[in-house]
Design a protein around this ligand. Structure first.
Ligand code: SAM
Ligand code: SF4
Length: 314
């Protein structure tokens, strides 16, 4: 489907849980989420029904996210269900990677095409500071497990946080030097708990370019600007929602774990999908596409979204 501004909407992000085994300082409160009843979260059947309806409206790529998708019971069944709709749907997942040693092979068998693994630092202490409870070695083992399971073109998502990991840009980039890994630097977004953080924490992702001595701009991958430094196997990407809005290329819809469709990450608008089936569900998704705003309103270190990233899925 084409929205009011001529954008072809082909990409759906499904948040399959708001829970997580980590507590990243920019995403969740230390004491986690207020526990929702199991029935407040979309069931695997409901998620499948939404994926089917969206597919019929032209969605070609589905990303499972969260919270941490690998703590969601039934996530492998959901992967198989989505691939059963049409094997050609591009099925991808964003994960913190810590549970991949256990799940990577099963994800591959269940039909997941590619993984994005979130990793903001290569320093074990900084990793503990950012995630409040994670071990760097677990996510590094997760990356290896993904490679051993046959995943290729894996992306590493790193959120830039001034004073915390901006001294590691070159080290992080080098993950893409010797390996088929694609590092994406993402600007910290002022969502929920990040609102009110000191301005020095928010960096323009353009600082990454200072470390790209000899590089070629290859082009775009979705909303990321992609560079391949000389001699690198993988690529380095920059995603800058704050400093350079990319709304004119936004082809996404998002569904929260409790079944609300968000036409835009940074707007407060939500359309309920829960309890809808058949034509009603299709019409609600169409409403979402038709109400995608031209651009988000993220300029002044403030997002209008009323939820944290763990509920929306990034
Ligand atoms: N748990 C999974 C993970 O961490 O990859 C999936 C969900 S997480 C909400 C998805 C992505 O959102 C992660 O890459 C995370 O770093 C990013 N994220 C969370 N809060 C953010 C914020 N305030 N600004 C920018 N990115 C954020
Ligand atoms: Fe969990 Fe991902 Fe949020 Fe970190 S960013 S707390 S891993 S959902």
């Amino acid at each position: 489907m084409i929205d009011r501004y001529g954008r072809k909407i082909e990409y759906l992000r499904l948040s399959v849980t708001d829970r997580c085994n980590l507590r990243c300082i920019y995403c969740m409160k230390e004491d986690g989420v207020c526990k929702r009843h199991h029935s407040d979260i979309l069931s695997i059947e409901e998620l499948t029904e939404i994926a089917q309806a969206a597919y019929e409206l032209g969605i070609k790529k589905i990303r499972l996210t969260g919270g941490e998708p690998l703590v969601r019971k039934g996530v492998l069944t959901l992967c198989r269900n989505i691939k059963a709709i049409d094997e050609d749907i591009e099925l991808v997942m964003t994960t913190n990677g810590t549970l991949l040693p256990e799940y990577a092979a099963e994800l591959k068998t269940a039909g997941v095409d590619r993984l994005n693994i979130s990793l903001d630092t290569l320093n074990a202490d900084t990793y503990r500071t950012i995630t409040r409870r994670g071990e760097l070695s677990d996510v590094l083992s997760g990356i290896k497990a993904a490679q051993n399971a046959g995943f290729t073109h894996t992306k590493i998502n790193a959120v830039l946080i001034g004073g915390i990991n901006d001294n590691e840009i070159l080290d992080m980039m080098r993950l893409a030097r010797d390996d088929d890994l694609h590092v994406r630097f993402i600007e910290l977004m002022p969502m929920d708990i990040v609102r009110g953080w000191d301005k020095s924490r928010f960096l323009s992702a353009d600082i990454v370019k200072e470390h790209l001595n000899n590089y070629d701009l290859i082009g775009y991958d979705g909303v990321a600007k992609i560079y391949r430094p000389n001699g690198y196997k993988g690529t380095v990407g920059i995603i800058s929602p704050l400093s350079h809005s990319f709304c004119d290329r936004c082809n996404k819809l998002r569904v929260t774990a409790d079944g609300k469709l968000k036409p835009c990450l940074h707007s407060g608008e939500e359309i309920n999908l829960r309890g809808l089936h058949g034509d009603q569900l299709t019409e609600a998704i169409k409403d979402g596409i038709n109400s995608k705003p031209k651009c988000h309103n993220l300029g002044e270190f403030h997002s209008e979204a009323a939820r944290g990233m763990n509920e929306i899925g990034g």
